[in-house]
Write a protein that binds this ligand. Structure first.
Ligand SMILES: NC(=O)c1ccc[n+]([C@@H]2O[C@H](COP(=O)([O-])OP(=O)(O)OC[C@H]3O[C@@H](n4cnc5c(N)ncnc54)[C@H](OP(=O)(O)O)[C@@H]3O)[C@@H](O)[C@H]2O)c1
Length: 331
């Protein structure tokens, strides 16, 4: 799927393309037997994903740091569909403590878990450390989802085994994964302010999303677990994600309107990869415009993916030790 397909909306081998909406891509799918967690489901692409999944019958659990916004999102979803099953739980992905509390709250609901949509994200933030003292974009976009996924994995495995239904994990990455630091991931200086670039730090975190998905996919295949893991680029959609460059983006959009999608189109690739029956067994892949595409060379580097995995575990363990959270028992 190249620039021509993006501009013209021409459909690819899947039968869908850049102009396909999330509703269209899930037309006729009955997902009433599924439960999904969607991070950042209170706005933007995440909210549309939640709305469409709920429309197809999924019990949607939205993890949101702003519960007021999540309540508004839930009210809107229910206004359109009174049968929608939507549960809200507080989740701040930039905090190890909050992620662990979210997982405890989720377990207290005694729900199965078929789908995990790692959607939340921040972009182009000025240099900032999270409460765990990790650079904010890496902390939120990668480390938060890495920990969340690990803590939910046993529940997903049990659900897949007892139900016989394939589990699916999705990481929302971005085409921006190609614009990262020279070495891909700055393992030796993840928090360095001196060479911080808000754009490259975002690209680094989005590269990490793909590497994480690929390595987890490899591990689950080796274990023979019935769960797939893929990553997606949703397209260019003018959401709140651009809050740090809003003016510039509005200006650029004026000259490049043909490259942009609306939110229903932006949620299509996520919904396609999460729900479409033709993707049964497809794992460790990267999708854009509802079709499989090839990510960058760094994103396909298996050694880098394993190194990132070990690095992420060590980083989280060091935070957990500092805060007496005991992560080591759970991975
Ligand atoms: N829009 C695009 O053009 C584009 C392109 C490529 C990839 N993506 C990816 O698509 C995903 C969704 O983006 P979007 O465009 O829908 O952006 P968005 O409208 O800004 O939505 C992002 C969501 O993530 C939440 N979030 C941010 N930090 C969080 C944290 N620490 N804990 C929990 N939730 C947090 C936000 O909550 P708050 O409302 O509280 O901030 C919001 O609900 C992101 O991963 C992004 O990188 C988007």
């Amino acid at each position: 799927m190249g620039l021509y397909s993006l501009i013209t909306g021409r459909r690819g081998p899947s039968g869908f393309g850049s102009a396909t909406s999330a509703e269209e891509v899930t037309q006729g799918i009955d997902a009433t037997h599924l439960t999904a967690i969607i991070t950042g489901g209170a706005g933007g692409i995440g909210m549309e994903t939640a709305r469409v999944m709920a429309k197809r019958g999924v019990h949607v659990v939205i993890g949101a740091r702003n519960i007021g916004a999540a309540e508004n999102a839930k009210a809107e979803i229910l206004r359109q569909n009174t049968n929608a099953r939507v549960t809200l739980l507080h989740l701040d992905l930039s905090s190890v403590k909050s992620i662990r509390a979210f997982v405890r709250d989720f377990h207290a609901l005694h729900l199965p878990l078929n789908l995990l949509i790692n959607n939340a994200g921040v972009m182009f933030c000025p240099y900032q450390l999270s409460e765990d003292e990790i650079e904010l974009q890496f902390a939120t976009n990668h480390i938060g989802h890495f920990l969340l996924t690990n803590l939910l994995l046993d529940t997903m495995k049990t659900t897949a085994k007892t139900s016989g239904v394939e589990g699916r994990i999705l990481n929302l990455s971005s085409i921006a994964h190609i614009y990262t630091y020279k070495e891909g991931i700055k393992f030796d200086s993840i928090n360095d302010i001196c060479c911080y670039s808000d754009k490259r730090a975002y690209g680094q975190s989005k590269l990490a999303n793909i590497l994480h998905a690929n390595e987890l996919s490899r591990q689950l295949q080796e274990e023979g677990v019935n769960i797939t893991v893929n990553s997606v680029h949703p397209g260019l959609i003018l959401t709140n994600l651009f809050q740090h460059t809003a003016l510039l983006m509005r200006f650029l959009k004026f000259f490049s309107f043909y490259l942009w999608k609306n939110i229903p189109q932006g949620a299509a690739t996520t919904c396609y990869v999460a729900l479409h029956p033709t993707l049964k067994g497809v794992t460790g892949k990267y999708f854009a415009d509802c079709n499989e595409v090839t990510p960058s060379k760094l994103a396909r580097d298996e050694t880098l993916a394993r190194k990132l995995w070990d690095f992420s575990v060590k980083l989280i363990n060091s935070v957990s030790k500092k805060n007496y959270l005991g992560f080591e028992d759970t991975i």
